[in-house]
Design a protein around this ligand. Structure first.
Ligand code: 6CS
Length: 283
């Protein structure tokens, strides 16, 4: 084949790929029927109480899975089956078909809203720091960490706190990826990080269990927004997401939603006073 023929074939293939990439994922109207037949919905969680938790016996709890389990039950899907994932891997896992939904406290932000189909808001929280008693470096904001060349922050990989630190100007080599709460606590106690950042309820849950008098909490982190999550579905599964939202709205209306999340410390009012539209548009 002459060079000019190769070039025209390549150009055609490129054009075809561009068209395919621009097309939305095929809408799957039967996803809910698939889940009913499967008997469970595969959910991604992080095991970060009180948002999500896995007990020693393997039992999955936490506000996000408990809400999801109840909504799916009302939709005719008997249960949920959870797999633990790093926050940064949840959306790729959903898109690759490893999960049917993310119910983990994955906060709604514009870049995430463009990658998944979020439900209406479920769990809202501010951000917090766990640090040495007396806050010796005087860290109250992500900018304070950026301004102190000796300060190292630990945060979940691909998580909101990592992004907030980088956006505040903390250099990459002073933002340490922490896989889970226990690791973050240990790194703080060993002095490998000066501050560990998670949402307020997660930090309080961690420190209450640690019962370590050498640590304290700064909350809320100055200048950081209050975020809310929703259940996240694959683009193309909007019919499933819409069905989830119908049942979620009924539970919010009946008080059942508050009964599930408020014992964990979350506010039903906070979730009901905002919307996916507002949160996905927030700067
Ligand atoms: O959505 C996030 O990225 C954050 N959400 C929770 C519940 N914990 C940490 C994480 O960075």
């Amino acid at each position: 084949m002459k060079l000019r023929d190769w070039i025209s074939v390549a150009a055609g293939a490129t054009a075809l790929m561009a068209v395919a990439a621009a097309m939305p994922a095929a809408a799957d109207e039967n996803k809910l029927e698939e889940l009913k037949a499967q008997g469970f919905a595969r959910i991604a969680i992080a095991n970060e109480p009180p948002f999500t938790a896995v007990g020693a016996d393997g039992k999955v709890s936490g506000a996000a899975p408990d809400v999801a389990r109840e909504v799916f039950k009302r939709l005719g899907v008997a249960d949920v089956a959870a797999s633990i994932s790093e926050y940064g891997a949840m959306i790729p896992g959903l898109q690759a078909g490893r999960h049917d939904a993310i119910t983990a406290g994955l906060f709604m932000k514009p870049e995430r809203c463009s990658a998944v189909a979020y439900s209406e808001p479920i769990l809202c929280d501010a951000e917090a720091f766990a640090l040495k008693k007396g806050n010796p470096l005087g860290l109250k904001s992500y900018k304070d960490i950026a301004d102190n060349p000796d300060a190292k922050i630990g945060a979940p990989g691909g998580g909101t706190e990592e992004k907030l630190a980088l956006e505040a100007g903390v250099p990459r080599d002073r933002v340490i990826v922490v896989p889970d709460g226990q690791s973050g606590l240990k790194m703080l106690q060993d002095g490998r990080i000066d501050v560990y950042s998670l949402p307020v309820l997660s930090i309080h849950s961690l420190l209450e269990k640690a019962n370590d008098p050498t640590l304290e909490v700064v909350a809320p982190v100055e200048g950081a927004p209050v975020y809310c999550d929703g259940a996240a579905f694959r683009k193309g599964d909007e019919a499933l997401r819409d069905a989830f939202d119908v049942e979620l709205a009924k539970m919010k209306e009946s008080g059942e939603f508050a009964k599930i999340i408020e014992p964990y410390g979350f506010s039903a009012k906070a979730a009901m006073s905002t919307s996916r539209e507002k949160l996905c548009a927030a700067k």
